[in-house]
Design a protein around this ligand. Structure first.
Ligand SMILES: [Zn+2]
Length: 80
């Protein structure tokens, strides 16, 4: 029982550690995202300081979060 607990703790710590590392050292990539409104496919940068709008209909495709962009459209694939 105790071992199980420790394993879970270690697993959770690993997850937290991974998340912490990904913030100061973000792997910036380009993403192909589809607008949910007009289905326009657009390439966006995964790290953005601005909201990214669809070039066709001005809907927000990606929202700035201070780190990795929050994607509002449909994520299609990474371009790296
Ligand atoms: Zn659109």
């Amino acid at each position: 029982m105790k071992i199980g607990f420790f394993e879970l703790e270690g697993w959770e710590k690993k997850l937290l550690k991974k998340e912490r590392i990904s913030i100061p050292q973000p792997r910036s990539t380009f993403l192909l995202v589809q607008c949910q409104k007009c289905e326009n496919e657009q390439i966006i940068y995964s790290m953005t300081n601005n909201n990214i709008l669809c070039k066709i209909c001005d809907a927000i495709i990606a929202e700035k979060t201070g780190g990795k962009a929050k994607i509002h459209g449909a994520f299609i694939r990474r371009l790296d």
